[in-house]
Design a protein around this ligand. Sequence first.
Ligand code: ZN
Ligand code: ZN
Length: 143
Amino acid sequence: MSTAGAASRAGGCLCGAVRYRVGMPALWVAHCHCSMCRRAQGAAFVTWVGTATDRFVLESGREVLQRFHSSPQATRSFCGRCGSPLFFESSRWPGETHVTLASLDDAGGLEPQAHAYWNSRVSWCEWHGRELVHVEPDQGGSD
Ligand SMILES: [Zn+2]
Ligand SMILES: [Zn+2]
């Protein structure tokens, strides 16, 4: 299966217990600089890929996948064995499952289009990439 035109892509966690598949094309790709994502990932920002929940398939790892409610309406899922951050779902974005771009086996062609919560970005990591639009979905965070 070629990558650019593939109807779906596979991904998984570091230890390999959790494997999943998402439908392509992606709905969007964006870097999120919100404080909740930063803390959950232990990183300056996280790059999310928006995918359609009805085309999301958890192929393995249901028994180790952990789901944390980071707010009443949102969950963050990660591998309970190796800790890899994997999925985000919120009633604010119905029908969407956000997956971490870094957990996909092949990120080719999935170019980030935006910085979400740019105003919340850390001061200790400078951006030297190309210019992207800045979006502030609300004041709080990506929950
Ligand atoms: Zn794992
Ligand atoms: Zn976020």
